[in-house]
Write a protein that binds this ligand. Structure first.
Ligand code: FAD
Length: 315
């Protein structure tokens, strides 16, 4: 089923949930990692997310594994799955193959992305320059079969100096057929709300889904924020800095900070769905959902940790 339909259905029911939510997973490097992830996805699906999504490695590396995981998640495990697809260094034949496999898996949701440029600084050898071109192609080839999501950047994109241009390009992605937006991670709610209001003013009316990055350790929190070039509000630093060497306390405090942030997002009127960057881990995400009273408390022995193997490996 399409994500837009699922969101509409959930939020127009007579007793709408306080919020719906979804989980991002990245493709592990080893076959044991893949098996562990299937187990985790299966467990986390018991929490009742609207969908899960699986990342794509820009440039096509391990991309067949994304297709394979989408197939298993959607067809075998029965999870509503959204496949990320990037077009950097991707010839149209590879895009065709990926879409065809997704189609045959019963997957109806694609997050259409450009992907980061090649690390060696060379030009992409792909047939599509921007995410917009990929969306255009998917719409031409598959009509409305796929629900298409796009990336949004409340605090800007490293390659774009002008906020106005970045918004213009986001609008272009919407105009060629995007159905929903998932944002880059952020911690500053005011910046996000401001950005949403600008989107609505320029006629972007599709759902805006905030990307929430739970805090597991102080080092990874600071590293990811720096890498993504996002602002960390002072009260986050004040609360976390004094306990930065104690991972347990950081996760507890991080849960409180993130749930306060999610509460503000839900109260803002722009958001009724939260998208969690799980980094293939369960605990920190579950703690936030529990703190928000969106899910029932999960017994701690049902939560299993896990190795951190991000596609955003530099994060
Ligand atoms: P685009 O929207 O195409 O924008 C790319 C750049 O080009 C921007 O700077 C934009 O300003 C500029 N631009 C766009 N249109 C035009 C135009 N018409 N003229 C001139 N300039 C233009 N990466 C992965 O490799 N795999 C993933 O699975 C993945 N998942 C992600 C999920 C989310 C929710 C987010 C937010 C990002 C994800 N990324 C992923 C990272 C993403 O691929 C990078 O941020 C990438 O650099 C930009 O992708 P995009 O789709 O936003 O590109």
């Amino acid at each position: 089923m399409k994500i837009s339909d699922k969101l509409n259905q959930a939020h127009s029911s007579p007793n709408p949930p306080p919020a719906t939510f979804s989980f991002e997973f990245f493709v592990p490097k080893t076959s044991q990692g893949v098996q562990n992830l299937y187990d985790r996805m299966d467990r986390m699906y018991d929490l009742n997310p609207i969908f899960i999504d699986i990342t794509w490695n820009a440039g096509g590396r391990s991309s067949s594994l994304t297709n394979e995981m989408v197939y298993t998640a959607q067809s075998t495990l029965g999870l509503e799955t959204c496949m990320h697809l990037t077009c950097t260094n991707m010839k149209v034949e590879l895009i065709d193959e990926a879409l065809e496999k997704a189609y045959k898996s019963g997957c109806q949701n694609i997050l259409a992305l450009r992907g980061d440029p090649p690390l060696d600084g060379s030009e992409s050898t792909g047939d599509f320059k921007y995410a917009k071109d990929l969306i255009n192609y998917i719409r031409k080839k598959y009509g409305n079969h796929f629900n298409i999501g796009v990336a949004g950047y409340p605090e800007g994109h490293p390659e774009e100096d002008s906020d106005d241009d970045l918004l213009k390009y986001l609008k272009e992605k919407c105009d060629v057929g995007a159905d929903f937006i998932i944002t880059q991670m952020f911690y500053d709610v005011e910046i996000f709300i401001n950005w949403c209001s600008r989107l609505r003013k320029i006629g972007i009316n599709i759902p805006i889904i905030p990307g929430i990055m739970p805090i597991s350790t102080y080092a990874s929190f600071v590293r990811r924020a720096k890498w993504s070039e996002i602002h960390i509000p002072q009260h986050f630093l004040d609360a976390l800095d004094p306990i930065k060497d104690d991972d347990f306390l950081v996760r507890e405090k991080g849960t409180i900070l993130l749930s306060e942030m999610c509460k503000k997002l839900l109260d803002s009127g722009y958001v009724n769905h939260l998208h969690f960057y799980t980094m293939n881990l369960e605990r920190a995400t579950i703690m936030i959902l529990e703190q928000l009273n969106i899910i029932e408390p999960v017994k701690s022995h049902d939560i299993i940790g896990g190795a951190e193997l991000p596609w955003r490996k530099s994060l």
